[in-house]
Design a protein around this ligand. Structure first.
Ligand code: ADP
Ligand code: MG
Length: 280
């Protein structure tokens, strides 16, 4: 008989994505330390913080690209912390949380057409007849504003914004419960950023998928997240409803982040001084 797995007391049956006490160290460096948050089904949570604050490491542990040293992750009550038992469990976990990366130029296979790239995901996760798959590919691309011409093209024929649309369609093809967007609009022009954010807002309404919105850019989270987690040196400095955190930040580090957003009357020298004082 296989040994019974010890049930972690932090494992919960609560719906949504529940993260408790996540921790990751690299040698002597603690990249993520005691990070906990909950993403309710279909809601949107922003993870913000400066470069190096542990955002990517956190989400890599959630999707299973990195093993946590401590902590638990459950999705709708299913434990994702323990090693998956076999291929079908690994596939099921991969399907449930999909990720869109920052660089739309690196995340697509240059030899596969846009339609083919979405089709690969359908073949991996679902048993569909070829005609049904073709129809689904067209539907998914349409959802992100791409047509038959783009479907037949190779990624190099597309702009950065179009490629990011493909990456989103591909992620949605898996019908995930959660979409993780790690700096997904950071590489795009401001006007294209706005289009993609609008697209994501519409998709969340239509598909009911939850978002984990990882960004160093507070302007981005303002409109697309319900709640915020502010990371500082791998720990949560502050968390709460986005509007509250952005209007009345409680933690000095959050205030510093907000003051760092360039705007009228913005004084980079003063920010640098405050920053030096905060990290001293
Ligand atoms: P962010 O996404 O907020 O910019 P990261 O999660 O990428 O931050 O990194 C957090 C910290 O962990 C940084 O100090 C980074 O140098 C370190 N780090 C990340 N990945 C590794 C790794 N594979 N090996 C060693 N250190 C790492
Ligand atoms: Mg990162």
């Amino acid at each position: 008989m296989p040994p019974r797995r010890r049930r972690d007391p932090a494992v919960t049956s609560a719906p949504g994505l529940v993260v408790r006490g996540l921790r990751k160290t690299y040698g002597a460096h603690t990249a993520v330390d005691d990070v906990s948050f909950t993403l309710a089904p279909g809601s949107s949570l922003g993870i913000v913080g400066e470069s190096g604050s542990g955002k990517t490491t956190t989400v890599r542990m959630l999707v299973g690209l990195e093993r946590a040293d401590a902590g638990t992750v459950t999705l709708d009550g299913r434990d994702r912390s323990a090693r998956p038992r076999g291929r079908s469990e690994r596939l099921a976990r991969a399907r449930e949380i999909q990720m869109v990366f920052q660089d739309p130029y690196l995340s697509l296979d240059p030899r596969v057409t846009v339609g083919g790239c979405v089709d690969e995901v359908l073949r991996l996760h679902f048993r569909l007849a070829p005609a049904a798959r073709r129809a689904r590919v067209a539907e998914l691309l349409d959802q992100v504003g791409l047509g038959p011409r783009e479907a037949a093209a190779l990624p190099r024929a597309l702009s950065g914004g179009q490629r990011q649309r493909v990456a989103i369609a591909r992620a949605l093809a898996a019908e995930p419960r959660v979409l993780v967007l790690d700096e997904a609009v950071a590489a795009l022009d401001v006007s294209i950023q706005a289009q993609i954010l609008e697209l994501l807002t519409r998709i969340r309404r239509e598909a009911g998928v939850g978002y984990l919105f990882v960004t160093h850019d507070l302007g981005v989270v303002r409109h697309v997240t319900d709640d915020l987690v502010v990371l500082h040196h791998g720990r949560i400095a502050e968390s709460g409803p986005t509007s509250r955190v952005l209007t009345t930040p409680e933690h000095p580090y959050t205030r510093l982040l907000l003051d760092s957003v360039p705007r009228r009357g913005w004084d980079p020298a003063r920010i640098a001084q405050q920053r030096a004082a905060a990290s001293g």
